[in-house]
Design a protein around this ligand. Sequence first.
Ligand SMILES: Nc1ncnc2c1ncn2[C@@H]1O[C@H](COP(=O)(O)OP(=O)(O)OP(=O)(O)O)[C@@H](O)[C@H]1O
Length: 805
Amino acid sequence: MEAKYWRQEQERLERVRNKLQARIAELEPEVIGLRDQAADIRKRFWEEVTINTSTQEDFEETFYSVQQQSAMLAERERGHNRLVHQWNGMKRLLPSPYFGRVDFQEDGLNASEQIYIGVSSFVDKDGLNFLIYDWRSPVASLYYDYPPGRASYVTPAGRIDGTMTLKRQFQIQNGHIRTMFDASETIGDELLQQVLGKDADSQMKSIVATIQKEQNAIIRNDKSRMLIVQGAAGSGKTSAALQRVAYLLYKHRQTIRADQIVLFSPNPMFGSYISTVLPELGEENMQQTTFQEYLDNSLGSSLRSEDPFDQIEYTLTAQGEPGYEARLQGIAYKTSEAFTKALQNYGKWLGRKGMRFEDIRFRDRVLITAERMSAKFYNFDSSLPLFNRVVLLQEWLLNELASLEREEREAFWVQEESNYLDNEQYAEVFDMLHKERELFDLSEQYAAARARMNNKRRGDEGDVDFAQREEELILRSIVKKSFKPLRKSVRKFSFVDVKGIYGQLFVDEVAYREKTNEVVIPPHWPEICRQTKDMLSRNELFHEDATPYLFVKELVEGVRTNTEIRHVFVDEGQDYSAFQYEYFKKLFPRARMTVLGDFGQAIFMQATNLEASDSPLIRLFGEADTSLVRLVRSYRSTREIVEFTKSLLPGGDEIVPFERRGRKPHLIRLNGVEKRDAQILEHIASLRAEGFVSIAVITKTAAESREAHESLRIQGREALQLITKETLAFEKGVMVIPVYLAKGIEFDAVLIYNASPAAYGRDNERKLLYTACTRAMHRLHLYTTGDWSPFVHTLPANLYEKAPY
Ligand SMILES: Nc1ncnc2c1ncn2[C@@H]1O[C@H](COP(=O)(O)OP(=O)(O)OP(=O)(O)O)[C@@H](O)[C@H]1O
């Protein structure tokens, strides 16, 4: 590019930076001043208000003065926060104020405007001249969506058409333009080349400077209730999701807070991997969780649910064990829509009969039997939904308990217990009695006030009548105290035997058909029933049972909802079942959903195809309220790696590699495990010598990871991290990791520990191998000690190099 343009741009950059610096300096005293003021008000809060509650008037005055003080404090704090946000934004801009420029001439206007785009806006002192536009502003769309030529963008007031006469990209570091390109394509490949050529990091990076047009469509989609993104491995789904969160927080800043957005991620480690993207963009992080965390919270401590990792470990390692086939059939069935239907029908059946309750027991006696509850329950109006009848039953139980409690006061044990009250307990009851009475009894209050004034003992303490009442009240309080847990557990619906209700589905085929109207029963049903009940008897649930169990629990106890949440993001969306999606919809009734995933990486059995025409996901909100976007360009890996990995998948042809060149994947066959491990260690050393920092040895299972880690650790000198499902933070370095934990993450180099037919031979293992290989950015090695997996074996030979290295 001509030197004069460089000079002009560098000069403009300096002008903008000077203004930024001036404004930062100008605001600094104000920021500090406001902070001090707020701190001062907080400190003097109680000094400024006089507390006086002697009369009603005094009390009201005190009340208003406290209110006034706190309103003032809140206002100062809000002002302070706004200013600090602005001030931090400018400080963030200073080293690299912008990354893009477009010159745009609106139709009907004579001059074209220069629009510079950065991570936040910066307006000149006059308040009108935008020196930098926030990347999320409507006009910034031009930069992402069009090459020079005719272009348009949409504002709240309508569409603006015009001509883009220039599109320029910058890399600016510490106030200096490092590179500058004029782009002819949508977003110049040169900048993207540079960004993608960099090394993997322990934290995901923001992509605002190089967002691609199709990604921009995802980020700014504000139309439908459900947005589905099916995208190839490395196509930027997670990146787009995070920039979308930032966009939503900007566009709806008056109405949506970061804690009203929740992202479901595949594992806790992934949460740490993506946690810096939003703060880097000046936004607060949304809420993050895993579905398992949600399940554990909802099930409480009485039942333990297996996590998805133990489930997949079982499906991958237990072939040939007794009951294996039945378990697989069970997983397939229990995660299907057919099972959701069956459970809905079961709800109707329960409306007629078969509800199960738990006796209410007290001191080794049954106070209210399950049979009585059942009879009562089925006496309520049968047109009422199950849940309403359960609530009526709950009310009835609380009344019953109240009268049983009255009767219980006569019981011998109560007398006994009252005799054994020690002084302290007695004083406690005595105090409580007075307090209780004070509340209801005005004269009691009067007596209390007089006693306080005269500092005298209360006259009633020697009163015979009072002693009798006191005795009565003591008995009452003893019974009340021991009935308290009963009332509490009734309020928590403990009288409903949810475990029994779920368990009775798994008796035999005839009973199951009767309860659910199910026509097609999966094979191995008796064994599925046995396994499910075995787990329940140990207070455990298979992972595939956890969501259906909650579904049944909510049928009878009412649905839990969270109406605060406005946006739900589900990453790795292919790994959730139809059942789980129904659940999300119920749980977050006021939220829009964004589901991102790749059916090519569907390695769990409960997979959902996101884009198939009969996808349950499309049916969830209906086609009219659903947008589907497909991403086929893959950015993570070199062209050579993408060519290799896409050939592993049937239908992978449509994946388009980004034009970044590298070495072909290496296939290395060795004679024996020891030699293989020694070779892997050698390769790790040479990759490190080449400057690669993040290197993963990927295994199929956690069991294989442990073995590999042990063997490599013994032979080698390198520090090797073993990643397990308990690992919380993702750190750069050399690691051994099972493929299902490496989902969503990337490494400079990936070494597939064992690409033999035994490891990746069955059809469902194809996607495992694909997922593992697509984690590689720059280098990919596959090892075997015998044959090659058939998925590798059948690849065209021009896609890889064979050892020697
Ligand atoms: N527009 C872009 N500009 C720069 N880098 C990008 C862009 N899009 C994606 N990338 C990079 O490509 C890599 C893969 O992106 P990301 O992890 O978001 O993909 P994904 O579709 O979620 O992948 P997977 O399904 O394999 O988990 C990341 O390093 C990301 O920074």
